[in-house]
Design a binder for this molecule. Structure first.
Ligand code: ADP
Ligand code: MG
Length: 339
C-alpha cells in the first residue's frame, strides 16, 4: 500500500442548514496516532462517526487502505471503536465483555480465552477475567473498553474522548498507557479530544478542528509554535495572545509596542512565555497579578492596559500583586498571526 491507511476526502455532514463537518480532508498514514483537537460542538464526534460508518456523509468519502468505504456497514470496516460512554455490560464479567465481538465473529472458546488473557496483559489487568464490571474503578473500566476495542485486531482504532469522564491524574496515566500500547502494536489511531494536553501527549500529529473545518494539521510542537491563525491559537489554548496594529515595523497596543517584521495592518501577536522577562527597560507595561508556584519556577500573570494579560516564568520571589512593572520580549520569538 502506498497511500495513507485512512483518507477522508471532502467529508461533509449537514444537520439541517448547518454543516457539522464541512469538506474535511484528512490523511492518516499507517502506524500514526492522530489527535483531532477542537472545542465542544466543532464536529469531532460527527467526523469520527462518519469514518466508523455510523453517520452517513452528505458529500465526500472515506477510504481505508485504498478502498472506498461507501456502502460498507460499520461492522465490516475493520475498525476498533472506543467512545466516551463505553457501554460495557455492567453485570457481566470482564472476559465476557472483551469477548463479545469475538463470539459474534464465531471464534472458538479456546481462542477467545487466549486472546482475552493477552489483551488483559496488554492493558495491565492480568487476572481480571472474572471480575464484574460494576466492581471496577472508572480507570479499570476504561482499560476493559480499550481491550474490547482491540480484541479483533482492528486496522484502525477510533477513540472519541476516551478519557473524558476520568479525573486528571488518571487521565494523564492512561494517555501514557494508550500511547505505549499504540506504539507497541504499531496501531493506527484517530483520537478526538477537546483537551490540548491530552492531544499533545497522545499524538504524532494534531488536526485542529473548528466549526466543522480542519484549520491546521501538524506535529504538536509545530502547531504550538507556528499556529496559522488566531483561531488556531485559541483552539490550542495558547496563552499570551495580544491584539495589535503594525505600522512601520512596530506592533502597538494600549500596553506599548514591540518590533515586528512584515506589512502594516491589524494582527494578533503570540508572545511565548519563555521569551518574556521582567525588565525596567522593556517596551511592555503591566501590573503584576497572581503568581503560581511551580516548583523550580513561578508563573506570574501580568495584567495589561486594554484587558489582555501575559503569563511568564520568573525566579522567586515574584513581584507582589499590584506592582507596576515592565516586560522585555525576545523579538525573534514573537509569532505574528495575520488572520
Ligand atoms: P463535538 O464532538 O466536536 O463536540 P459534534 O460532532 O458532536 O461535536 O457536533 C457538531 C455539531 O453538530 C453540533 O452543533 C451538534 O449540536 C450538531 N449535531 C451533532 N449530532 C447531531 C444530530 N444527530 N442532529 C442534529 N445536530 C447534531
Ligand atoms: Mg464529541
Amino acid at each position: 500500500m502506498t497511500g495513507p491507511l485512512l483518507a477522508v476526502e471532502q467529508a461533509t455532514v449537514r444537520f439541517g442548514a448547518v454543516a457539522a463537518v464541512d469538506h474535511v480532508d484528512l490523511a492518516v498514514p499507517e502506524g500514526e496516532v492522530m489527535a483531532v483537537l477542537g472545542p465542544s460542538g466543532s464536529g469531532k464526534s460527527t467526523l469520527l462517526r462518519a469514518v466508523a460508518g455510523l453517520q452517513p456523509l452528505d458529500e465526500g468519502r472515506v477510504v481505508l487502505a485504498g478502498r472506498s468505504l461507501d456502502g460498507v456497514p460499520p461492522h465490516r470496516r475493520g475498525l476498533g471503536l472506543m467512545f466516551q460512554d463505553h457501554a460495557l455490560f455492567p453485570h457481566r464479567d470482564v472476559a465476557a465483555n472483551i469477548a463479545f465481538g469475538l463470539r459474534m465473529a464465531g471464534w472458538s472458546a479456546d481462542r477467545i480465552r487466549a486472546r482475552v488473557a493477552e489483551l488483559l496483559d496488554l492493558v495491565d489487568l492480568a487476572g481480571y477475567e472474572h471480575r464484574r464490571i460494576s466492581t471496577l474503578s472508572g480507570g479499570e473500566q476504561q482499560r476493559v473498553a480499550l481491550a474490547r476495542s482491540l480484541a479483533p485486531s482492528p486496522r484502525l482504532l477510533l477513540l472519541d474522548e476516551p478519557l473524558g469522564a476520568l479525573d486528571r491524574p488518571l487521565r494523564e496515566r492512561l494517555v501514557g498507557d494508550l500511547r505505549r500500547i499504540a506504539i507497541d502494536l504499531g496501531l493506527t489511531v484517530v483520537a478526538v479530544t477537546h483537551d490540548h494536553d491530552e492531544a499533545f501527549a497522545l499524538a504524532d500529529r494534531v488536526a485542529l478542528m473548528d466549526r466543522g473545518a480542519v484549520l491546521q494539521v501538524g506535529p504538536p510542537a509545530a502547531v504550538w509554535q507556528q499556529p496559522t491563525s488566531r483561531r488556531v491559537a485559541e483552539v490550542l489554548g495558547l496563552p499570551n495572545l495580544l491584539t495589535a496594529t503594525v505600522r512601520g515595523g512596530r506592533a502597538a497596543g494600549p500596553w506599548g509596542s514591540v518590533p515586528v517584521a512584515g506589512p502594516d495592518g491589524a494582527v494578533t501577536l503570540h508572545l511565548p512565555r519563555q521569551a518574556l522577562g521582567v525588565d525596567d527597560a522593556g517596551p511592555i507595561e503591566g501590573v503584576a497579578g497572581a503568581a503560581t508556584f511551580r516548583g523550580d519556577s513561578t508563573e506570574l500573570r501580568v495584567e495589561l492596559a486594554g484587558g489582555a494579560a501575559l503569563d511568564l516564568l520568573v525566579a522567586p520571589p515574584a513581584p507582589s500583586p499590584g506592582t507596576v512593572l515592565r516586560l522585555a520580549v525576545d523579538p525573534a520569538a514573537i509569532v505574528r498571526l495575520d488572520r
